[in-house]
Write a protein that binds this ligand. Structure first.
Ligand code: ITT
Length: 193
């Protein structure tokens, strides 16, 4: 039994591999099965985008497929960057660091605390079958200085509620015990296998 992790984001791949390692299933990535796909995130919700990715990857691979779509919602910016978290900067070569810097510059005029949350929609799809999905979220606050070396994306400026640590200061095991993605993916465990 194999499961394909339908993402090109190496940070996500590492986290999801670790999450799924407790299950008795072979985990493969797009590059393992010779796939290099760009799926346009044209949905209006995280779930729609995750479904778009799961659909394309499961059709192309003919494998049980797990996809996620994640966004960071900052209250002072009315939920921005939200479902546009990946395309927050309109430049395909923009880095995670560029996105963090742009977010901090937009927050400068606003009073702290900069409350925020990560939201993740995870979708599990067998080729030709109806999908199952789950949502997970994680509450926190954006801070002006980057802290921590772990994780990816916006982790270094996201202070996790109740921990005094940014998500990038958590080990992968710690992130995987509390994160938005961990909650969503673990909720799908009963459907894997
Ligand atoms: P795929 O679509 O290939 O899965 P992506 O990087 O485009 O990869 P998303 O659309 O879900 O994935 O991510 C939107 C943005 O949010 C992107 O810039 C990510 O780096 C960032 N992001 C996603 N999950 C994150 C997490 O757990 N912690 C910090 N940032 C995250």
């Amino acid at each position: 039994m194999k499961i394909l992790i339908a993402t090109s984001n190496t940070g996500k791949i590492a986290e999801i591999k670790s999450l799924l390692s407790v299950l008795d299933i072979e985990i493969v990535t797009p590059s393992d099965v010779g796939l290099s796909l760009e799926v346009a995130e044209t949905g209006s919700t995280y779930l729609e985008n995750a479904l778009l990715k799961a659909n394309v990857y499961s059709q192309e691979s003919n494998l049980l497929t797990l996809a996620d779509d994640t966004g960071l919602e900052v209250a002072a910016l009315n939920g921005i960057p939200g479902i546009h978290s990946a395309r927050f900067i309109n430049d395909p070569h923009a880095t995670d660091k560029d996105r963090r810097s742009l977010l901090l510059s937009k927050l400068q005029p606003h009073a702290r605390p900069w409350k925020a949350r990560f939201v993740c929609a995870a979708v599990l799809m067998r080729p030709g079958e109806a999908a199952v999905h789950a949502l997970g979220e994680c509450q926190g606050e954006i801070i002006p200085q980057e802290r921590g070396e772990h994780g990816f994306g916006y982790d270094a400026i996201f202070l996790v509620d109740g921990t005094h640590k940014t998500m990038a200061e958590l080990t992968m095991e710690e992130k995987n015990s509390t994160s938005h993605r961990a909650k969503a993916v673990k909720a799908l465990f009963p459907f894997i296998g």
